[in-house]
Design a protein around this ligand. Structure first.
Ligand SMILES: *Cc1c(COP(=O)(O)O)cnc(C)c1O
Length: 382
């Protein structure tokens, strides 16, 4: 048998792409780093877990139900989302996490040679989804660590199909106000699809969750993304959705993978949207935990004299005076996993997810030890 003719089989736009390497399971990592506990502060998960109604829905799911395909269009969940935001269910598309929804949009509007625009330092999946189909990702530099409307507008041309705005931005925590969003949409003037990825919007205090959804009727080129992975703590079930005008959604539906959203996820997500006091209290507790966590982390970074960014969301970033992979290993041996940010164009920065007070205290202690150890070794200023 001759060798695989990979050079011919693999499209050019995939030749330079590296596969994403996910972290190993906890048990393997604990063996590897010799730690007895492991706190994952790398993925912005909510350690308080799903709300009580979602937990009930999961417990009540009949195992025998596994034999049938799920609702192919998340029928009841779309109804729940639509009634919450005053939309029509036909304006909602549910996906296997917001990650899949990003792919739907790129596939729905972009062909090879087209481009999408986003920031240079934001959630990387927009850029990757474009590259996977030979579409050019154009990256506007952040300005003061936030999305820069002018820089983005200057990159638009006739091949621009979609613009991805992460609001609040992962990882910098910057936030555009609703007025800034409207002004940006006015300036884009319908020339491209504008995606507002609101994966962390539920953490923003005093933010009306229906406000961006209400812009859809005025701006038919707007798509709003939400996920159940962060605030709603259903990351393991993989479910998120987009909302937009019927015209845009009609196109996106053509690219959907039917049955990619499983029954269990649909049930738990629907239960999470209830407005009962128990659910509201759980969300308020999660929001408060994120706020306290941001405070605990930023004061630790301040004490250590480390530059840091503490904005919206359930995470804080800091710049270390040494290699972030080294910091990762040193923190892992103390039972804390953080996100290294060099690969995300923030050399030697780490991003840390907010967690319970005792976990934050443990992390801050571990960080102090790690930074202290590095400074004592004489490798840096005291
Ligand atoms: C986590 C995240 C998502 C995707 O989450 P899913 O788990 O795929 O729903 C989307 N956008 C941003 C900015 C995120 O941080």
């Amino acid at each position: 048998m001759p060798g695989l003719p990979l050079d011919r089989l693999v499209p050019d736009h995939l030749k330079g792409v590296e596969p994403y390497v996910p972290s190993k399971p906890d048990a393997e990592l604990m063996k590897l780093y010799g730690c007895q506990t492991l706190h994952r502060l790398n993925n912005n998960e909510n350690p308080l877990g799903p709300c009580p109604a979602a937990l009930r829905a999961l417990r009540e799911f009949r195992p025998d139900g596994a034999k049938t395909y799920p609702s192919g269009d998340s029928y009841y969940l779309r109804q729940a989302v639509a009634s919450r935001f005053g939309l029509d269910p036909e304006q909602i598309v549910v996906g296997n996490g917001a990650n899949e929804v990003i792919e739907f949009v790129v596939k729905g509007f972009c062909a090879a040679g087209d481009n999408i625009i986003t920031a240079d330092r934001t959630f990387a999946v927009y850029e990757w989804a474009a590259m996977h189909i030979g579409c050019e990702p154009r990256l506007a530099p952040l300005k003061d660590y936030g999305f820069d409307p002018e820089a983005i507008l200057s990159l638009i041309d006739s091949r621009t199909k979609a613009i991805f705005i992460c609001n609040p931005n992962n990882p910098t925590g910057s936030l555009w106000s609703l007025d800034m969003v409207s002004a940006f949409l006015d300036a884009v003037d319908g020339r491209a699809v504008v995606v507002l990825d609101e994966a962390y919007i539920e953490f923003v205090e005093g933010w009306d969750e229906a406000s961006s959804m209400a812009l859809i009727s005025k701006y038919p080129n707007l798509l709003v993304f939400r996920t159940f992975s962060k605030m709603y703590a259903l990351a393991g079930l993989r479910i998120g959705y987009l909302a937009g005008s019927p015209e845009l959604v009609d196109v996106i539906k053509r690219t959907r993978i039917v049955y990619s959203v499983n029954s269990l996820a649909q049930e738990a997500a629907r239960a999470s949207l209830g407005s009962d006091p128990e659910t509201a209290a759980h969300l308020a507790r999660s929001r408060a935990m994120a706020k306290d966590g941001r405070q605990a982390l930023s004061s630790a970074f301040r004490r250590l004299g480390l530059p840091h960014l503490c904005g919206e969301g359930n995470f804080v970033m800091a710049e270390l005076p040494f290699n972030d992979s080294l910091a990762y290993r040193m923190l892992m041996s103390r039972g804390f996993m953080v996100r290294t940010m060099t690969g995300f164009r923030f050399p030697n920065w780490i991003r840390v997810t907010c967690s319970r007070a005792e976990v934050m205290a443990g992390f801050c202690q571990a960080l102090e030890e790690v930074v202290g150890e590095w400074r004592r070794r004489g490798k840096g200023p005291r």
